[in-house]
Write a new protein. Structure first.
Length: 425
């Protein structure tokens, strides 16, 4: 092993430590050919779990989502932490040679290009299995194999075609969900497949191709509605017009007009709520005795609760719900999460410096794994931030790397690496 490879290996191992404990995927090498959300979210989860993830970006400007505006402004900075960036031109023989040399040492490859793209580059699953038979090739697409396989798909497209958008908006106004729920969930299903394939490889010694798709992911999410439809003689109403299974599952407004969502979904909830507001008459009213009774009496019940909450401040309404131990939530905007007391107390948002220098705090992976601290170890990288280091690990000398840079085959960011300060700290 060369000095550069030895140094890189020790650095990667130290980066994948949680205190004195290795993270669950420490030692697993991932190549992230992903773009936008689906592929990068999959690779980010693997990176958070401790894998060494090398993000492969196009030259000279890197992944296009780095430069998106509007709703896409947050894509790159959120889904690419804990990764190293290599910028390489895969349309050149030299660039493809770099990719194959990376594949030879990798455990997993993640890609979500349009159908046929990786094959045209000579980097399809079949070709790369000859380079590395142990490689797990994760292909994330719009559709699994079938009549739709060659179609292009987006998160919003499959929300429309599966009924999810229909269920989200009121009648006649299909509405996409308020985040990239299908892209992210599709990435999560890919992670499940990758973990299964890694486990299988322990038994067989061989890699395999695993697939995840936006359309099938959304169909899975719609399963509860399909099960409902199978048992109903009438068309399923969208969620804003549904017949609720619970008597109180509503948004109310407090005295200053701010909204709060309240759920009273069991008879125990109702009894505790009535006790806290000192209304035994409501508890004992025969029309309100059970949940189903209260559903039938909603025309009478909801105006009573609307008046009750309308006379409370938000602080008092929250106190009532907490004392009654019923589900509730003041209606928040995304930016309100920066000051959420629970997230502040638990470290649910992690300090992050974005490639443009903006310092913020972004969500931690929402799982606990024993004593592992699934924290941010690397801020989302600049374009080509790690090109020189990764090429050195592959055995390229300084002169060869300079030549590749001069030819525009790779981009190597020469700015100081702030992640070394994070690692040292």
């Amino acid at each position: 092993m060369s000095t550069a490879q030895s140094t890189a290996q020790s650095t990667a191992q130290s980066m994948a430590q949680s205190g004195d404990k290795p993270l669950p995927l420490a030692g697993v090498k991932i190549l992230d050919f992903g773009h936008t959300v689906m592929g990068p979210s999959c690779a980010m989860i693997l990176a958070d779990l401790g894998a060494d993830v090398v993000k492969i970006e196009p030259v000279p400007d890197g992944e296009p989502t780095r430069h998106l505006k509007g709703f896409g402004t947050g894509y790159f900075g959120y889904f690419n932490r804990n990764k190293r960036s290599v910028a390489v031109d895969l349309k050149t023989p030299e660039g493809r040679d770099i990719a194959r040399r990376l594949v030879a040492e990798a455990d997993v490859l993640v890609e979500n290009f349009a159908p046929g793209t990786m094959e045209r580059l000579g980097l399809g699953a079949e070709a790369l299995a000859r380079v590395n038979p142990r490689l797990i090739y994760a292909s994330l697409k719009g559709f699994l194999d079938g009549p739709y396989a060659d179609r292009l798909a987006l998160d919003e497209v499959v929300q429309m075609m599966t009924g999810l958008a229909y269920m989200t908006g009121p009648s006649g106004r299909p509405l996409r969900a308020g985040t990239s729920v299908v892209d992210i969930t599709g990435g999560m299903f890919a992670v499940i497949g990758i973990l299964v394939a890694l486990r299988e490889r322990e038994r067989t010694g061989r890699g395999q191709t695993i697939e995840s798709a936006l359309f099938e992911t959304t169909v899975f999410l719609m399963g509860q509605h399909l099960c409902y439809a199978a048992q109903s003689d009438a068309p399923i109403p969208p969620m804003p017009e549904r017949v609720s299974a619970w008597a109180v599952y509503e948004t109310f407004h407090v005295a200053d007009g701010r909204p709060i969502f309240v759920g009273i979904t069991t008879d125990s909830h109702w009894e505790r709520f009535c006790a806290v507001i000192d209304r035994p008459d409501l508890r004992d009213d025969p029309e309100f005795r059970t949940n189903n009774d209260r559903i039938a009496a909603r025309p009478r019940l909801l105006p009573l609760l609307t008046a009750l909450f309308g006379g409370l401040s938000m602080e008092d309404a929250v106190a009532v719900c907490e004392r009654a131990r019923i589900p509730f939530a003041p209606i928040a905007r995304p930016e309100d999460l920066f000051d959420d007391p629970h997230l502040r107390a638990t470290g649910g948002l992690m300090a992050t410096t974005l490639p443009n220098g903006v310092r913020t705090a972004l969500p931690r992976l929402p799982i606990h794994v024993a004593e592992a601290d699934l924290a941010i170890r690397r801020d989302p990288p600049r374009v080509g931030q790690d090109t020189r280091a990764v090429l050195a690990e592959l055995g390229y000398g300084p002169a060869a790397i300079d030549s590749l840079c001069d030819a525009g085959i790779v981009v190597a960011d020469s700015a100081p690496d702030s992640n070394q300060q994070r690692l040292a700290g």
